[in-house]
Design a protein around this ligand. Structure first.
Ligand SMILES: *[C@@H]1O[C@H](CO)[C@@H](O)[C@H](O)[C@H]1NC(C)=O
Ligand SMILES: *[C@@H]1O[C@H](CO)[C@@H](O)[C@H](O)[C@H]1NC(C)=O
Ligand SMILES: *[C@@H]1O[C@H](CO)[C@@H](O)[C@H](O)[C@H]1NC(C)=O
Ligand SMILES: *[C@@H]1O[C@H](CO)[C@@H](O)[C@H](O)[C@H]1NC(C)=O
Ligand SMILES: *[C@@H]1O[C@H](CO)[C@@H](O)[C@H](O)[C@H]1NC(C)=O
Ligand SMILES: *[C@@H]1O[C@H](CO)[C@@H](O)[C@H](O)[C@H]1NC(C)=O
Ligand SMILES: *[C@@H]1O[C@H](CO)[C@@H](O)[C@H](O)[C@H]1NC(C)=O
Length: 889
């Protein structure tokens, strides 16, 4: 393989040097699969045999400078099927040139310099289907019997500009061959047409490139040979190449005998007379399609037009195409338009007409499709205010005005709005734009509007028919859409808005029947499920090539549509790229995954709810574990008390003997003695406290004692518990304290809740206590030792600073100092035991049970489960041992 490549390079190089000094560096382009070689236009003077792999099936050597095809040129290409040799200067093909190419199907030697048909060379090609050998320098066009070998021949074109004679037996070899297409060229050289030349031909398409300028009598002979034959297409090229036909003889007379679907005149000169000759005969023929393409048309000086009806009134054609005609007069041929009235489909392309007379519209009453695209038409060429368009064009359903220069949709509507059965209008590639205040009325039900490539603005919408089902406004420079229009045009099924400048999709866009929507190539970045909410029937969407904002909305939209498949995005995913945010610029939207958590709103809610719940639970758990609310409350109380103390200032209670009076029930006495008292009295500085069992004046009536001591105490501490509530005495003390507090400050009452009590569960007679519990903040005795230190601190801060209390009594000062030492506690002198035989109490009249406390009685009254245990002695030793408990400071 390497050796071969090397050798072929060497040979190629030598060949370049020796034989082809002017050959360019390029060599043939060989396809990757080594089956096709393109050597077109390389100025080759010989076939580059060494460059061509033997696997070649397709070889294009056209547009070179080949002169001779030699026997070995294609010998190495046994698989060759298609050989293109057109546009060379080949004057000789050697007899065995194709001997080794039995598979050749397609040989093109068009436009070369052959003087005779290379029959010998072609003879082995039994598979030949297409043979184009026209435009050579032949002088005759005689086929020999080699054609009989071409069993599959489909397309044969032959002849050339110098063929001057077409002889009767020339095509005998084709007698039994059925062709797709046969083309014969003589150009204007034709001198002799022998009748019967075309007699034996059988082909679907007959292309005659025969100019009969000087031999016009040949045409009737040709048509006579074609009579009773059936063609799809009969095409004349350059029938009159240099001059118009001016004779009187009807050369188209034979047309009526030809069964042909299409008759095409391509290039050449036509005048009015010749056209009328053709049309008159066409009226009698079965031909349904007439095309006049690239025709040079001229009026006839001699044309006779009488005032009577035109001679062409019954031209029944499926289609008449007038395309690229040099002179628009062809339209007003014979000054009437009666020839147009039985044409179903009229296409007039590039005819440069600049007005349509009023009667033309009236005459075209059989036209169903009128296509005047590609004509440079301006508004005024079509719409003439002088014409009455009512009742005109009754059959028209499709009006094609594409590629003209219309600017006003309203003036077009004034014309086309009258055509009763019009359904489809194509006004693409015009300059239709702003309508200002013009009003458009469409009297019929237009269903299809193709209006792409215009310069619409938002007010153009009000000139569009609202009965449309199909609307194409692509490439119309639109930057906004008129929602009112879409509300009225509720039948719309397809809308195309590609290539506009739409910056956002209006939220209120409702098109209930819309099935297909194209919005690609616009300027909007945001698209979401909401965008198409008003289009419940939407199934197909094109929306690529927009500057997308890659956000959750877009992601959700894509997910919803591509995955759930409700709407099919037809151009997904190639043209969907992120434009924003900057770090995602040009990222494919299909590769953008913001993650479920970020985008699923339900997930976000669930997650935040769960997180909050967990957080709250954690806080609650911490509160439970560390009693944080209790600490917080206690701290708050202390701060408040400190604040109050600061506000009240010092020395306001000079007249008090005690810092506090403690009221408690019998059953709480232990706690008071063991905990409360030591903590208040044994601290530095210490408080002076009054408790009934120690400090009540013996011999004095108990109520007086209570009242006096409460009066002499700065604060009153109530130790609240279930027992307290049940104690009558305590209730008295509470009552007195409250009485005192009426005149003074309720803040001097301190409630210590030793056991939790529910104020609501208290009997109604304790309304005072209830009220106090409700209105006054109280101190709670915590069970946990750790928290108790806090309690003491709270209590002391509520009590205020003891040393601010001014004392006059020396004895008391001494006692305080003794107590503050906390080592030896003596019973104060004035602490007698409550006397026996105390006076009977006069209890609260509200009380149900009247306690009877008699002198010397240490037992509680029977009906009282508890009382304030006035007689309990204080056990000092315990107090001392607990001193450290209150060392909070
Ligand atoms: C074509 O070949 C002939 C000789 O066969 C030569 O005289 C003529 O100049 C060539 N024409 C062109 C265009 O190369
Ligand atoms: C081949 O084509 C060239 C260029 O199109 C033209 O000048 C020449 O006359 C043609 N040759 C023949 C035989 O038609
Ligand atoms: C065509 O077919 C007919 C009858 O089948 C036969 O007589 C005639 O010779 C054939 N012509 C050619 C040119 O083969
Ligand atoms: C056609 O006839 C005119 C004179 O009628 C002559 O000048 C012209 O050369 C002829 N054309 C051909 C191709 O014979
Ligand atoms: C065409 O066929 C019809 C009958 O089918 C015959 O009368 C007529 O002569 C034929 N025309 C020609 C020109 O052969
Ligand atoms: C109108 O004419 C243009 C150009 O000739 C063509 O592309 C288009 O398809 C036609 N429109 C309709 C509706 O036939
Ligand atoms: C247009 O359509 C409506 C409803 O479909 C119908 O009633 C009306 O007759 C139609 N008008 C024309 C001119 O076809």
């Amino acid at each position: 393989q390497l050796m071969f490549t090397f050798l072929s390079l060497v040979f190629g190089f030598q060949a370049t040097l020796l034989l082809l000094p002017d050959r360019s560096e390029q060599s043939c382009l060989i396809s990757a699969d080594q089956r096709a070689a393109n050597c077109q236009g390389f100025r080759l003077q010989r076939v580059p045999v060494e460059d061509l792999p033997p696997s070649l099936e397709v070889l294009d050597l056209s547009y070179n400078m080949l002169q001779i095809i030699q026997n070995p040129d294609f010998a190495g290409l046994p698989l060759l099927r298609v050989l293109s040799l057109q546009f060379n200067n080949i004057s000789l093909i050697e007899d065995e040139a194709f001997r080794d190419n039995p598979l050749l199907e397609d040989v093109n030697i068009f436009n070369n310099s052959l003087t005779t048909i290379p029959s010998k060379a072609l003879a082995p090609l039994s598979r030949l289907q297409n043979l184009d050998m026209s435009n050579n320098l032949y002088t005759e066009a005689t086929l020999d019997d080699t054609v009989l070998n071409f069993k599959n021949l489909k397309v044969l074109s032959m002849g050339g500009p110098y063929v001057s004679i077409l002889k009767t037996g020339d095509l005998n070899a084709l007698q039994n061959v059925s062709l797709e297409k046969f083309a014969i060229k003589t150009g204007s050289s034709l001198n002799v047409y022998e009748p019967g030349y075309l007699k034996n031909i059988q082909t679907k398409n007959m292309w005659l490139d025969v100019a009969i300028d000087n031999r016009s009598s040949a045409l009737p002979l040709i048509l006579k040979d074609l009579a009773n034959k059936t063609f799809s297409v009969l095409r004349f090229r350059n029938l009159f190449e240099f001059k118009y036909y001016t004779d009187k003889e009807d050369i188209f007379d034979g047309l009526k005998f030809i069964n042909c679907q299409q008759l095409i005149f391509y290039r050449g000169k036509f005048n009015e007379e010749l056209l009328r000759m053709a049309l008159v005969n066409l009226q009698k023929s079965s031909i349904k399609f007439l095309g006049l393409l690239f025709i040079d048309f001229a009026r006839s000086q001699t044309f006779v037009h009488t005032d009577q009806a035109s001679s062409v009134t019954n031209l029944q054609l499926e289609m008449l195409v007038l395309s690229d005609i040099s002179n628009p007069d062809i339209l007003r041929f014979d000054w009437r338009f009666t020839w147009l009235n039985k044409i179903r489909h009229l296409r007039v392309h590039n005819v440069n007409f600049n007005s349509v007379p009023c009667d033309a519209w009236e005459e075209m009453n059989g036209v169903e499709i009128l296509d005047v695209s590609k004509n440079q038409l301006e508004d005024r060429f079509l719409f003439n205010q002088q014409c009455d368009y009512r009742e005109t064009m009754p059959s028209l359903h499709t009006f094609n005005l594409s590629t003209n220069q219309l600017t006003s949709l309203s003036s077009f509507a004034s014309l086309a709005g009258e055509f009763k059965h019009l359904q489809t209008i194509d006004i693409s590639y015009n300059q239709l734009g702003s309508e200002g205040n013009n009003v458009c009325s469409w009297k019929q039900n237009i269903t299809t509007v193709i209006a792409h490539h215009n310069i619409f603005v938002i007010d153009s919408f009000k000139c569009l028919p609202t009965t449309v089902l199909y609307l194409d406004l692509s490439y119309c420079n639109l930057d906004q859409l008129d929602m009112h229009y879409f509300e009225k045009a509720a039948g719309l099924k397809e809308i195309y808005l590609s290539g506009n400048k739409i910056k956002f999709i209006p939220s209120g866009w409702r098109s209930p029947n819309l099935n297909s929507l194209a919005l690609d190539g616009n300027s909007f970045g945001i698209i979401s499920m909401n965008s198409f909410k008003g289009m419940p029937s939407l199934e197909q969407l094109r929306a690529g090539n927009n500057p997308y904002h890659c956000t959750c909305d877009l992601h959700t939209f894509i997910q919803e549509t591509t995955v759930k498949g409700k709407v099919q995005i037809t151009d997904w995913p190639e043209n969907y790229r992120c434009y924003y945010p900057a770090d995602l610029l040009n990222t494919m939207v299909s590769k953008y995954f913001p993650g479920h958590v970020a985008c699923d709103i339900r997930l976000v809610i669930v997650i935040s709810v769960v997180t909050t719940a967990v957080f709250v639970l954690a806080i609650m758990l911490m509160c439970y574990l560390f009693n944080i609310p209790w600490y917080a409350k206690a701290t708050y109380q202390i701060i408040r008390a400190k604040y109050r103390a600061h506000k009240d200032g010092a020395g306001m209670s000079a007249e008090y003997t005690f810092h506090a009076f403690i009221s408690y029930s019998h059953s709480d006495a232990d706690w008071v003695r063991d905990k409360l008292l030591p903590c208040l009295e044994n601290c530095k500085p210490s408080y002076r406290i009054c408790i009934h069992e120690r400090d009540f004046m013996p011999g004095k009536w108990i109520i007086d004692n209570i009242i006096d001591n409460i009066e002499n105490s700065h604060k009153v501490i109530f130790v609240l518990s279930r027992h307290f509530v049940n104690s009558e005495w305590c209730n008295y003390e509470l009552y007195f304290a409250q009485q005192r507090a009426i005149g003074k400050n309720l803040r001097d009452v301190i409630l210590v809740v030793k056991e939790p009590i529910d104020p609501k569960s208290l009997p109604s007679k304790y309304c005072k206590l209830k009220k106090m519990l409700n209105t006054k903040t109280y101190l709670e005795w915590p069970e946990q030792p750790k928290q108790q230190a806090f309690f003491w601190a709270q209590l002391r801060s509520v009590m205020g600073k003891p040393n601010l209390l001014k004392q006059n009594s020396v004895i008391e000062n001494r006692r305080v100092s003794k107590l503050s030492r906390a080592s030896v506690i003596e019973l104060p002198e004035e602490n007698p035991r409550p006397a026996d035989g105390e006076p009977k109490m006069d209890p609260d009249p509200e009380a149900e049970v009247k306690p009877q406390i008699t002198a010397g009685t240490e037992e509680l009254p029977e009906r009282n489960t508890e009382n304030c245990s006035l007689r309990m002695p204080l056990e000092h030793s315990q107090v001392c041992s607990l001193t450290h408990d209150c060392g909070f400071e």
